[in-house]
Design a protein around this ligand. Sequence first.
Ligand code: ADP
Ligand code: SR1
Ligand code: MG
Length: 421
Amino acid sequence: MTYKILDKDSIPEYLDGLPKVMDVLGKGTGLDIEEIGDGNLNYVYKIRRSDSPDRSVVLKQAVPYLRMAGEGWPLSRERMTFEIRALIVYNDLVPTFVPTIYHSDEEMSVLVMQTLDDHTVVRYSMIDGVVFSDIGHDVGTFLAETLFRTSALGMESIDRRRLMDQFNLNDELCKLTENFVFTFPYMEHESNYLNPVTNKFARENLRCDTEYKLRVLKFKELFLTKADALLHADLHTGSLMANQQETYIIDTEFAYFGPFGFDVGKIIANFLMSYTSHFYHSKDDSYQNWILVEVMNIWKRFEVRFLELWAAQGESAMLVDGLLAELELREYKKRFMLNILHDSIGFCACSLARRTLGIAGVADIRGIEDMEIRSKLEIINLELSRLLLSMNDKINTIEQFESTLRSFYANINLDSLELVK
Ligand code: ADP
Ligand code: SR1
Ligand code: MG
């Protein structure tokens, strides 16, 4: 089918020709169709059978422009091809963490998938102070399974190169990340967020700090050059949908082969921005304490599961029997995990800054109407970004990371919401 943008009127006819989707929706009266997209890029529709609302699917379509900016900002719709491919890989590696695919159509840039009806977008639930008891464990498992099993430790070289080939051309979305995560926020740029107070702080403390910018560049270089594993590459709390039993990961369109620490650091940064926002959203620190525990759980579970998979792995592209003695292998693993920790903290620092200074903010903080409070919270995030980027390669254990975060936050004066220096 030649590409056309679907809408509520044309969706029923499009779905009618898809037997697998019609199996889910069943036969009957009409369909109720609602556009539910709250993301930056695409259109998402929830489609229900009018007389049996339990029968539903979600249809996501990419349009040839950036939704948040409108038709004046072209962006090729081929991004959906990479979303589909990554979701196929994830359905194979971690089926319980991703929606089932009912139909995919690269020509139409359309994906039809399982409706996550009993789940909420984690970002919004975290703003409301909802506790998800297993979320750190689930995210850590997802990270370990997807990163290890698409890395050169978990695959043979030829299979892996073929898999990499499927993602090599996700160039436009990689370019978005290069610009909006690793470049524009650290300079004066028309796309940046325009809060004069926060911008003044950025100008006087970050954009003139050569050391800070060179460290950001180091992470940009890793993003551009290091192909450790297949990344989700846009893993923030808006890409998680959860309830008390399950955690799902959605929105895989940025998938590409990149550095391990990018997914790990990005999701941790989003938990930390929620932490910062709860100086405003919560009356006391109980929710913030829960967030910190879950941040630790993400890393701890990631590390345990990654090493379990490694122990169970036979030969791979990286390692063959007889190359390393037991003690050498132990040392190699230690350094390997330490590098991922250092890089994750560095990428976390970059994510904190880009979500504060760049075009794409987080609702946890940009949703706060009181500009004085919002600016103070933004400056806390920037201070944290600065701190973490200055010492990411000196934090050698997750316990040190935890104590760094605890002492940073303990220095915030709760009345003035300012850092006590
Ligand atoms: P974008 O690529 O534009 O960022 P997302 O994939 O993040 O779009 O989807 C936007 C919103 O649509 C999500 O925040 C969520 O509310 C909803 N959504 C996406 N996929 C599903 C799904 N499988 N089930 C239920 N809701 C979904
Ligand atoms: C123009 S940047 C839009 C952002 O939204 C996505 O969620 C990615 O994070 C991207 O950087
Ligand atoms: Mg998206």
